[in-house]
Design a protein around this ligand. Structure first.
Ligand SMILES: Nc1ncnc2c1ncn2[C@@H]1O[C@H](COP(=O)(O)OP(=O)(O)O)[C@@H](O)[C@H]1O
Ligand SMILES: [Mg+2]
Length: 474
């Protein structure tokens, strides 16, 4: 594998390279083939999407970025890529929603700030554009862009207060109305995985069984005890630890349909006729019952952003809660699951009884779970006798997705070896250990943030499980 994939920071932003580089179709076809062989590889897909951007094939690039985001919903580079693809198609609002998310926190992403600057400029707001541009270049000088500097020259030297956000409100209104993405992305599917395909996570599986599977299968028993059926389970925890995966497996486990509502549907709701779309989604689930209706990254929907500038967010939350409460229709046969990596951004109204009253922490897999996950990941691949325990011991802090990355890397290495040698070889313990060394576990960063919320914003004790996991007490 060339070091192209690792060296993301030297990435050329597409608008600089636009027109100046010719990408031959053969290269694209080769990468496409590689993606087909290794569909779970984010770097490959990202590479393909970037090449497509360079070729101005924005619609195709958008497709690849969306696919990548489905595999790795928290990948900032992919989100920026997707925002760029939106921007290039003049889908300004869609680009803006993504970019706002990436620039909203304490540590705004420089490349996202750059794109924000361009979106502002396109909307005719040079002052804001200059501000975002300055912030981007201060954070990452390599982003310097002479063309933008020229366009913004009259606005770059003036004193602008960086904390003043007052103008943001009417900014949206100045955007030219564009083709809005219409309708829903989501489709009902029937997952072919079940709980057996999910390694570890035993207590989470048990909660799901008790709270939503048994009531679905034996409503009469629950009614006999006067137990109300309804509400959903909210899973939270570090990225890549199997929340989304387990939600799909839940549907597979009970032979139910699966309807996943992701960031993109939420984006469309913000942009388009939001409330009616949300209603449509619940209706779709009701019509297809039994159905697991899964809200992935539900915080995007129910953000308790103190700066909730757009009243549309509030309306969306209210509509969601009404649908969930079954105000106008029965949710019988609909299992509601949700997941988030950032529960602290979720509006507290979601946590009331009958809504997401079960909030489950999904920790990184322990040693046994890691072993189980590795076995699952390798079960259909050519392997020599693998020392699973050894690898499980050496992967403390690795998420399920990190473990998958180890396997993906080993597969890629084997593939290129096979191309050279002309015959495929089996994956060995050594191969896995080699790729393991090239990766660092991704859950640590999450715990650094989570720790603070658990220690200082744990009013109702909802983060006690995080404290227990970190062996801290309040
Ligand atoms: N417990 C697990 N068992 C098997 N595979 C897992 C497990 N956890 C994660 N994975 C793998 O990692 C990928 C990413 O996990 P995902 O469910 O998207 O994480 P999350 O939603 O918590 O961010 C999954 O698609 C799956 O391939
Ligand atoms: Mg997920």
């Amino acid at each position: 594998m060339s070091d192209f994939f690792e060296n993301r920071s030297s990435r050329q932003y597409f608008w600089k390279g636009e027109g100046t580089m010719s990408i031959d179709d053969q290269t694209i076809a080769a990468i496409r083939e590689a993606v087909r062989l290794s569909p779970g590889s984010i770097p490959l897909r990202q590479h393909l999407a970037e090449l497509l951007m360079l070729k101005s094939a924005y619609i195709e690039a958008e497709k690849e970025y969306r696919q990548a985001l489905m595999i790795d919903p928290d990948n900032k580079q992919i989100k920026i890529g997707l925002a760029e693809a939106f921007y290039s198609q003049e889908k300004n609002s869609a680009a803006l929603v993504l970019v706002e998310e990436l620039t909203g926190g304490e540590d705004p992403h420089p490349a996202a700030l750059m794109l924000l600057s361009r979106i502002y400029l396109r909307s005719g707001d040079e002052v804001q554009a200059a501000r975002a541009y300055k912030q981007a270049v201060t954070a990452e000088p390599a982003l310097f862009d002479s063309e933008l500097e020229v366009q913004l020259q009259n606005f770059l030297d003036g004193e602008h207060d960086d904390d003043d956000d007052d103008d943001d409100d009417d900014f949206r209104l100045k955007l030219p109305l564009e083709e809005l993405p219409s309708g829903l992305d989501s489709d009902v599917e029937r997952p072919d995985i079940s709980f057996d395909d999910v390694g570890g996570m035993d207590s989470v599986k048990e909660e799901i069984r008790m709270k939503i599977i048994h009531p679905l299968e034996h409503p009469e028993i629950f009614q006999a005890y006067g137990k109300k059926i309804g509400g959903g389970i909210l899973m939270y925890g570090p990225p890549g630890c199997g929340k989304t995966y387990l939600a799909r497996a839940t549907a597979g486990e009970v032979n139910a349909n699966f309807l996943s509502v992701g960031l993109h549907d939420v984006l469309n709701m913000y942009i388009g006729q939001s409330e009616s779309n949300l209603h449509e989604l619940f209706e779709m689930a009701r019509e297809n019952q039994p159905c697991v209706l899964f809200f992935d990254e539900v915080d995007a929907l129910g953000a308790s952003r103190s700066d909730m500038r757009h009243s549309s967010s509030r309306q969306l939350i209210n509509q969601f809660l009404a649908e969930m409460d079954g105000v106008n229709a029965s949710n019988e046969g609909v299992l509601i699951l949700a997941a988030t990596n950032a529960p602290w951004h979720l509006d507290s109204a979601f946590r009331r009884p009958g809504r997401f009253d079960r909030i489950i922490f999904v920790p990184p897999p322990d040693r046994h779970a890691r072993r189980a996950i590795l076995e699952i990941l390798l079960q259909d691949k050519p392997v020599e006798k693998i020392e699973y325990d050894k690898i499980a011991r050496k992967t403390e802090g690795f998420s399920g997705a990190d473990l998958k990355a180890i396997v993906d890397l080993a597969v890629e290495a084997k593939l290129s070896e096979a191309m050279r040698a002309g015959h495929p070889g089996a994956i060995t313990t050594g191969d896995l250990l080699t790729s393991l060394k090239r990766l660092t576990p991704t859950t640590k960063e999450w715990f650094a943030t989570a720790r603070n919320y658990a220690l200082y914003a744990n009013q109702s004790g909802i983060y006690d499980e995080i404290l227990a996991f970190l062996k801290l007490t309040r």
